[in-house]
Design a protein around this ligand. Structure first.
Ligand SMILES: [Zn+2]
Length: 320
């Protein structure tokens, strides 16, 4: 009897917690999305109307480009590739709003003549279903064509089999990003591009110059990581996750890229210590946390500009 009521209590708690987490992270309302100017879509930006999600949704982009001329540096901040990691989309929208109002640290990069694209919902079908995968059950972050097929999840029938990854590919070809950050919401990791050795072992040809840039970028990430307390440096190859965005962006497009996992506070609270009040604190001081992540993103863009100015210009390297 006692055991049963304990069990019931336990499952009630799990249900209550799940409900609160869901209520605590609502989808952004349409009004909220309209608060940010410069809204467009990947299909409109690239002029290719086919570049929508499986279910036909547009993939939203907030595109900030200086009016006068082509920018010297263009950056991408994207989230929502895994549709259930709602915190990532919220963070991208938060930073886009601040940027639009001139309140973000990223606004300080204006002296360097930059442009930024924000893509909050890369996987709109997954977002609407609160689903990690796209509408065809594919993990989009395994569908890119570097180390493709190395995964325990569904990577798609072949690389770029999915409309969402095709859309990102076209966007890259058009925008030629200097640096890109793919925001997720799961654990305390930075996932950097996989090491050159992992690429070479899989038969990818890479140049000496790319390896030089890799070393500079990898060092820059490690140098800035201590500001994110307790964060670990990972790579897709080491995790057994081939076909990831940052590997493709770095090794195929020479875009200085990484994956920023937003630490999900709930994961680190032992079940016994969770209290009702904890659940009402949005991501234990979400705004402070977001500001910290924004600082990291800002510093990494600064590092990317420095690497490019030092002559390791990724966009000038021979393609592979
Ligand atoms: Zn993810």
């Amino acid at each position: 009897m006692l055991k049963t009521s304990k069990k019931v209590a336990k499952y009630s708690l799990i249900l209550a917690v799940t409900a609160l987490v869901l209520i605590g992270t609502p989808a952004n309302s349409k009004q909220d999305l309209k608060a940010i100017p410069n809204a467009t879509s990947i299909s409109a930006l690239t002029g290719d109307k086919t570049l929508k999600s499986n279910a036909g949704s547009e993939i939203l982009v907030y595109s900030f480009t200086p009016e006068s001329k082509a920018p010297a540096f263009r950056f991408l901040i994207q989230g929502g590739m895994h549709g259930n990691e709602s915190q990532a989309s919220q963070f991208v929208l938060w930073i886009a709003k601040r940027y639009a109002r001139g309140e973000s640290l990223l606004n300080q990069l204006a002296a360097d003549d930059i442009a930024i694209d924000f893509v909050p919902y890369l996987n709109p079908d997954g977002v609407s279903e609160n689903n990690r995968y796209n509408a065809r059950g594919v993990n989009l972050n395994r569908n890119f064509d570097v180390l493709w097929g190395v995964t325990r999840e569904n990577p798609g029938q072949k690389s770029f089999s999915e409309p969402e990854t095709k859309a990102i590919k076209k966007l890259f070809e058009k925008q030629k990003y200097t640096a890109a950050v793919d925001v997720h919401g799961y654990i305390n990791w930075i996932v950097a591009p996989s090491r050159p050795e992992a690429l070479q072992a899989a038969g990818h040809k890479i140049s000496k110059k790319q390896i030089g840039t890799y070393n500079a970028w990898s060092q820059a990430i490690r140098k800035n990581m201590p500001m994110l307390n307790g964060y670990q440096y990972k790579t897709g190859a080491e995790l057994g996750d081939g076909g990831a965005f940052e590997d493709w962006a770095f090794w195929k497009h020479n875009t200085l890229s990484y994956c920023l996992e937003l630490e999900t506070w709930f994961r680190f609270v032992p079940t016994k210590k969770r209290q009702f009040n904890d659940l009402h604190q949005p991501a234990y001081g979400k705004v402070d946390k977001y500001a910290q992540y924004e600082t990291f993103v800002y510093r990494m863009f600064q590092e990317a500009i420095a690497i490019k100015k030092a002559g390791n210009d990724p966009s000038q390297m021979a393609g592979n």
